[in-house]
Ligand binder design. Structure first.
Ligand SMILES: Cc1ncc(COP(=O)(O)O)c(C=O)c1O
Length: 379
């Protein structure tokens, strides 16, 4: 059987990984400034993560959510502590799309409403409601199309005010990434997040902070939305949560009551995933990775801003983007082929940096030196 050909892939086979380094099947070493798409939070194969998962595997890997699973409670408590939001409640699932799907569904259950405000260039996942709220018609199947989603321009206070003034009583939720990832690293202004908070309060709508990519410490605070000083009603999380082990979840404000069977999943919250999730939070805490992401992110952004050939350096912590001008269009490709550095991209011309939060100062400096060299050598 062949694989269904949906991914344009690099012809590289990674067989080993450690920290921010990976090796291919020929033994060549690469620096991972992409983190497997913002997934590697504490570093590839962190020994504590391996130990936690291995120990759990020896005991029990899975049982259904019909029984008590104490490690879920342990994870919820640790997440409350590390995120600084112990009063929230946790529902566990398996991916970012699923997290947003549940967040949107929960908002609709809670408010009894159907309409959702989302933003231009947003990406929320590929399941039916998440993809409907994603601003990319090419991945929305006809069956997913709905007129319940209202797309507003990014960072546009007037559009938000007038939409609420006209339809506020029908809005179940606003869903917003604190920093758009797939859309090209676009940071939501603090005033916009604060305005959304007050509009949602005024009209009884819920604010969903899609933190799948920008959350989990990547921005230097636990949720990038925290930089604006607001609390969302629901936070969706996934990528960095398991450091590569599939796990997602939503954190739900205590004002939203649960009722049996309103949400559910077979695999979500399984013992192994919780072990991985706990290991991530323990390492984040023990190694002070949020602070570290902030420090290394500032170093990278300062260095990048000093490179005249690239434009519009933006981001927070270790979620950074910059524009590559047309004359350097092969920069990303050359970084990989010549300098053995993985980076991310956003169409049409953005390089995205999404490394592990444990990226060392030496690796960050090596990236900057290599980037400068790749610019000089660019044909
Ligand atoms: C902001 C955001 N939300 C949701 C998702 C979907 O996550 P997943 O691919 O785990 O379903 C992504 C994935 O890139 C994302 O960046």
């Amino acid at each position: 059987m062949k694989l269904f050909n949906v991914y344009p892939i690099n012809n590289i086979t990674i067989t080993r990984a450690r920290g921010s380094r990976v090796w291919d099947d020929a033994g060549l070493e690469y620096l991972d400034m992409y983190g497997g798409h913002a997934v590697i939070s504490i570093g590839h194969q962190h020994p504590h993560w391996v130990k936690r998962i291995t120990e759990q595997l020896d005991k029990i890997a899975f049982y259904s959510n019909s029984i008590r699973i104490p490690i879920q409670e342990e994870l919820a408590n640790k997440l409350g502590e590390v995120s600084g939001k112990p009063q929230y409640e946790l529902f566990l699932c398996n991916s970012g799309a699923e997290a947003n799907e549940n967040a949107l569904k929960l908002a609709s259950f809670h408010t009894g409403r159907k309409k959702v405000i989302a933003f231009k260039k947003s990406f929320h996942g590929r399941t039916s409601l998440a993809v409907a709220a994603t601003d990319n018609p090419s991945i929305v199947a006809p069956v997913n199309a709905t007129d319940n989603i209202i797309f507003l321009p990014w960072n546009d206070a007037e559009a938000i005010r007038s939409t609420f003034a006209q339809q506020g009583n029908e809005i179940a939720a606003v869903i917003i990434e604190g920093i758009q990832g797939v859309g090209g690293i676009n940071v939501a202004q603090n005033e916009i997040l604060q305005l959304l908070r007050s509009m949602c309060d005024q009209y009884g709508s819920l604010l969903i902070a899609d933190s799948v990519q920008c959350g989990y410490g990547r921005s230097g605070k636990f949720f990038s939305h925290d930089h604006s000083g607001i609390d969302a009603d629901i936070y969706s999380m996934a990528k960095g949560m398991g450091n590569g082990f599939p796990i997602g979840g939503i954190m739900i404000a205590p004002t939203i009551p649960a009722r049996h069977f309103m949400l559910g999943t077979t695999f979500g919250g399984n013992h192994l995933a919780c072990a991985a999730g706990l290991a991530v939070l323990e390492v984040m805490q023990n190694e002070n990775l949020m602070q570290h992401a902030d420090t290394i992110g500032k170093f990278l952004m300062n260095e990048l801003r000093a490179i005249p050939e690239i434009d519009h350096v933006r981001g927070m912590g270790l979620m950074i983007g910059f524009d590559v001008p047309e004359q350097l269009k092969d920069l990303k490709k050359n970084l990989l082929s010549t300098h053995k550095i993985f980076t991310g991209e956003a169409k049409p011309n953005v390089i995205r940096l999404l490394p592990s939060l444990a990226l060392t100062q030496e690796d960050a400096a090596h990236f900057i030196d290599s980037l400068k060299q790749a610019i000089v050598d660019h044909p």
